[in-house]
Design a protein around this ligand. Structure first.
Ligand code: ATP
Length: 232
């Protein structure tokens, strides 16, 4: 068991405007798996992802990742947790425009405790040929592959993806998802994808649905579809 979320509560606002972004949510996720989290807008997906990644803290409840109680960490320890254990990929690639592909990835490698080999990561994402290019010289799908490489170079236990295909066409989306699947297989990284796109659930080992800050459904996928065959 890599991730355990117990009785997680996160509230925003006060009084009349109080919202339970997470309302006693419970969740367990095995190591080395792909988990897709679905839910309507406002159901708490981003809040949950931010907690898993140590970007924010719970009001109450417990979060354990790989035996480490993330809820008990100081701010400084949480920074180390993010640095060592978590890779993030967002909808917009957030690459540094003045740095080449290789330099964008190097920035993260340089501060990582146990980085992967640069060439291996570039090869795994099939972006070796772009290593000296700048982000603006790449398509959206190619930039997202660089963003995945930047997240993976630190060899994280957990790869967290927030609407990573939200800005891409169907073909590029499928390709980016194929690479996420490859990262899971090749490096054994546990992957959590949050999305509005129901079709992406096909590639998951575990599918979790959120509703009003609670886990309304958690299913193991008996018939996983390779990302290359997803009908997006
Ligand atoms: N910083 C904040 N301040 C106030 N309310 C917030 C904040 N962040 C989230 N919320 C509220 O918490 C609830 C859950 O939000 P969250 O962003 O986690 O949902 P989501 O499922 O990711 O939505 P979306 O798919 O639209 O991104 C919503 O009602 C949202 O308005």
């Amino acid at each position: 068991m890599l991730i355990r979320v117990k009785d997680a509560v996160k509230k925003y606002g006060k009084g009349e405007t109080e919202v339970y972004a997470l309302d006693h949510a419970e969740l367990e996720l095995d190591e080395g798996k792909i988990c897709v989290i679905l839910g309507p807008s406002g159901s708490g997906k981003s809040t949950l992802l931010n907690m898993l990644g140590g970007l924010d803290t719970l009001d109450s409840g417990e979060l354990t990742v790989a035996g480490r109680k993330v809820t008990g960490l100081s701010q400084e320890q949480r920074t180390d947790y993010r640095k060592e254990d978590v890779g993030f990929v967002f909808q917009f690639y957030n690459l540094i425009p003045d740095l080449t592909v290789e330099e964008n990835i190097e920035v993260v490698a340089d501060i990582s405790a146990h980085p992967l080999d640069m060439d291996e990561v570039l090869r795994a994402l099939d972006i070796e040929k772009y290593r000296r290019r700048f982000p603006k010289e790449l398509s959206g799908g190619q930039q997202q592959r660089v963003a995945i490489a930047r997240a993976m170079i630190k060899n994280p236990k957990l790869l967290l993806c927030d609407e990573l295909t939200g800005a891409l066409d169907t073909k590029s989306s499928r390709q980016v998802l194929k690479f996420v699947e490859k990262m899971n297989r090749q490096f054994g990284t546990t992957v959590v994808i949050i999305t509005h796109n129901e079709a992406i659930a096909g590639m998951a080992d575990q599918v979790i649905r959120l509703k009003d800050g609670q886990v309304s459904e958690s299913l193991l996928n008996q018939r996983k579809i390779p990302a290359a065959e997803l009908v997006l």
